[in-house]
Design a binder for this molecule. Structure first.
Ligand SMILES: [Zn+2]
Length: 213
């Protein structure tokens, strides 16, 4: 299942293919297409032509919002980039290893609490909650299913996250003996949230109906 993904903001309208200018307003549509959340970024004229007022009638419609395009700054030199919760989350999601789904979710919750990610949408599919987060600066969206962690699983996931934050994903593979694993309590662990994200800003969840074939 590919419902766990990062989708960058387009640099050009996905209908007319005209490049977005810095500070230009655009519209993002989220569509559930064959069980995959897909984003579509449109310039205002194309938005008006195609879907304004009818967005909700689009097949598989989940959500829609307006954004302001920001021309990307020049990339910083690699050497000064440090691993943080966001870079780690991106790496985990790019690797797309299912064993890190729960860790990604915990990282997203951390980033949301620090207001570095915003929840744009949440919906249920096949009984599973799926969150769509946005990185407000880059406009990238992260689609992450709720791993529905039980309390007894949470501790293990928190340990994995703390370890990844401390040592990084590409660092030496640490296979701690049981004794070491117990002895080593990373200082970052206290910051890791233990509960699901607040739901107060959740709008009426849109239901994503399975697409009839
Ligand atoms: Zn356009």
């Amino acid at each position: 299942m590919n419902e766990w993904n990062i989708q960058s903001r387009a640099h050009a309208c996905q209908a007319c293919e005209k490049q977005f200018a810095d500070k230009q307003h655009y519209q993002t549509l989220l569509i559930d297409h064959k069980h995959e959340v897909q984003r579509r970024d449109l310039c205002e004229p194309c938005w008006k032509k195609e879907v304004e007022g009818h967005a909700a009638e689009t097949k598989g419609f989940i959500s829609q919002w307006q954004g302001v395009y920001e021309a990307p700054p020049p990339a910083p030199p690699e050497a000064i980039q440090k691993e943080n919760a966001e870079t780690l989350l991106r790496k985990l999601m790019e690797q797309s290893d299912p064993k890190y789904v729960a860790a990604s979710y915990i990282l997203a919750v951390m980033l949301e609490r620090k207001r570095l990610l915003k929840i744009k949408e949440q919906f249920k599919r096949d009984g599973q909650r799926v969150f769509v987060y946005e990185q407000p600066k880059t406009g990238d969206i992260f689609t992450i299913p709720d791993p529905d962690l039980q309390l007894n699983q949470l501790e293990e996931v928190q340990r994995v996250v703390a370890d990844l934050l401390e040592h990084g994903l590409g660092g030496p593979v640490v296979v701690p003996s049981a004794a070491e694993a117990v002895a080593e309590v990373p200082s970052g662990a206290a910051e890791i949230p233990s509960a699901a994200p607040a739901e107060e800003n959740a709008s009426e969840p849109a239901t994503a109906e399975p697409v009839a074939s």
